[in-house]
Design a protein around this ligand. Structure first.
Ligand SMILES: [Fe+2]
Length: 218
């Protein structure tokens, strides 16, 4: 058959990258972070209104946590991850990935985060401090909206290849960090952890990253 003689050459341009890092010694780090977040929350019970839905029990801190000493450990891990991404993507070595803003979100039962992007920065990320089963997956959606104009029909007997997905969800895992392009739309499903054993609050630290020139470019 003719198709057997044709060699398939495949290119995959314009990917939407999501990086995943597992932070070492996460249990002790997370205990310390939970205490620190609790103290921040006690000082600012109202919090701010962003992607969280306050009426549904989502608390969002102010965006300056990276400037507080008790968050120094997680700041170091985020910057180390940024360094790896810079190297992986061949970024200019005179520039370092630095945190512009960092905040915490605590989702109680039923709380969600509406779909949004993070304007004004390069990369954004989330670190899971507490993630009980059923606490709400994070979903990323394909930003190439023009592709909804004509959708392919997939073989129901096969799983569509990842490169064809238009949405992907990650189950939160305590001690894990995801870093994704700031332009990539994302949302968080309702916290249904209370319906399962060991339920409770979903606690995260989130951050925005940009390149910062460390010395004069050559
Ligand atoms: Fe976000």
């Amino acid at each position: 058959m003719l198709q057997d003689t044709l060699k398939l050459v495949q290119f995959a341009y314009f990917p939407s990258l999501v990086f995943q890092f597992d932070v070492p010694d996460a249990p002790s780090l997370n205990d310390q972070l939970l205490d620190a977040i609790q103290r921040v929350r006690e000082q600012d019970q109202q919090g701010v209104s962003k992607s969280n839905y306050r009426d549904l029990g989502g608390w969002h801190s102010k965006e300056n946590l990276h400037k507080r000493a008790e968050f120094e450990s997680i700041v170091r891990h985020v910057e180390a991850a940024g360094e790896q991404i810079s190297s992986e993507l061949a970024y200019h070595r005179d520039y370092a990935i630095r945190i512009g803003t960092m905040w915490s979100i605590v989702n109680g039962p039923g709380a969600v985060n509406l779909s949004h992007v993070h304007p004004g920065c390069l990369w954004s990320g989330v670190y899971y401090v507490r993630a009980p089963a059923g606490c709400g997956k994070i979903s990323f959606t394909d930003p190439r909206t023009a592709n909804v104009m004509h959708k392919a029909v997939f073989d129901p007997q096969r799983k569509a290849p990842k490169k064809c997905w238009t949405k992907v969800s990650f189950t939160p895992t305590a001690g894990r960090m995801l870093i994704f392009p700031s332009w990539l739309y994302h949302s968080v499903a309702p916290n249904l952890a209370d319906a399962r054993e060991g339920g409770g609050e979903r606690v995260i630290i989130s951050f925005n990253l940009s390149q910062q020139r460390m010395r004069s470019a050559r």
